[in-house]
Design a protein around this ligand. Structure first.
Ligand SMILES: Cc1cc2nc3c(=O)[nH]c(=O)nc-3n(C[C@H](O)[C@H](O)[C@H](O)COP(=O)(O)O)c2cc1C
Length: 183
């Protein structure tokens, strides 16, 4: 599959078939995360694969009733939870090296995009879910203090395709040399 096509054609999938995801496909998705870039190659990401229906339903309950991906969490055969180890990305000898502090969100964000694109290449659907009660999800998953949940995605075969939400034009967010002065 052409890379640009994959970047442009991947969509958030919110309707899933119950068909299982093979171990082979799952390993390919993890391999895509593995080769993602990260701060000084720190690879702070950690992944929890949830397939148990009760666990999926507990995680789904951490989403608000209005989150359009709430039912996707139980519909899909798997939920992949992307976590990050704190105090690793952007740190040197235990100290943050930039004003941004922990780069965990950044590195796990890249990892999530790798996951989503690899899944798309395999015919699998994903939707990044960020709007949920993170503290509750961390309790459900039994996370230690030094690891946090960043985002999750259902993983499975799409039952329905989704249209592409409108994107800004390139000219609306790309500037040359300097940030433009206010008109
Ligand atoms: C950080 C992040 C958090 C998101 N959280 C949610 C969410 O909680 N629920 C949901 O249905 N979609 C969520 N989305 C999916 C976006 O709504 C979606 O990516 C966007 O509308 C563009 O659509 P597309 O992915 O089909 O191109 C999230 C996406 C990102 C990147």
């Amino acid at each position: 599959m052409d890379l640009m096509e994959a970047i442009k054609e991947r969509r958030s999938i919110r309707k899933y078939k119950p068909d299982p995801v093979s171990e082979e496909a799952l390993q390919k998705v993890f391999e895509a995360i593995r080769w993602s870039p990260s701060w000084a190659n720190t690879q702070c990401w950690e992944v929890i694969v949830v397939g148990d229906p009760n666990m999926k339903s507990e995680l789904a309950n951490t989403l608000t009733a209005t989150n359009p991906s709430r039912s996707s969490m139980t519909e899909a055969p798997l939920v992949i939870v992307l976590c990050g180890k704190k105090g690793v990305s952007g740190f040197k000898k235990g100290k943050a090296t930039t004003v941004k502090g922990d780069w965990l969100m950044f590195d796990t964000g890249i990892a999530m995009q790798s996951l989503c694109l690899a899944a798309y290449g395999l015919g699998l659907g994903t939707v990044v879910v960020g709007l949920f009660d993170h503290k509750k999800a961390e309790e459900i998953l039994g996370l230690p203090q030094n690891v946090e949940v960043v985002a999750m995605t259902p993983l499975g075969y799409p039952a329905a395709q989704a249209g592409a939400p409108r994107r800004k034009e390139v000219s609306e967010f790309v500037y040359y040399e300097k940030y433009p002065k206010k008109q």
